[in-house]
Design a protein. Sequence first.
Length: 133
Amino acid sequence: MARGPADARGMTVSRLARQAGVGVETVRYYQRRGLMPAPRPPAGAAFRAYDEAHLRRLRFIRRAKAAGFSLDEIAELLDLDPAERQRASELARARLETLDRRLAELQAARTAWRPCCRAVRPPRPGPVRSFRP
């Protein structure tokens, strides 16, 4: 029987985690941090059933982390009312500024190391010229 992302019974935590590309322990950690609500188990069910809203939220958290947001910043983004787009924009702009500074630091480090790479050349192949025991 083929199933889509979620059927009428919902998803187990392992299925949710797999579809979002994270581990089960990551889902549990996000629940402990208050980023992911834990669903109530349906009456008579042996497991908690996650739905599409849980999957969308988990994917958002994963993408925000990949973009460099901290879990505290992600929590703030998740708590924003849709009308508070200005604050979301401010957070995104601050993240871009941080990334730009980091890129500049990495570029400066790369520039500083380039002469070192040119100065250290591998020895030319040939017979051993000196042997010191």
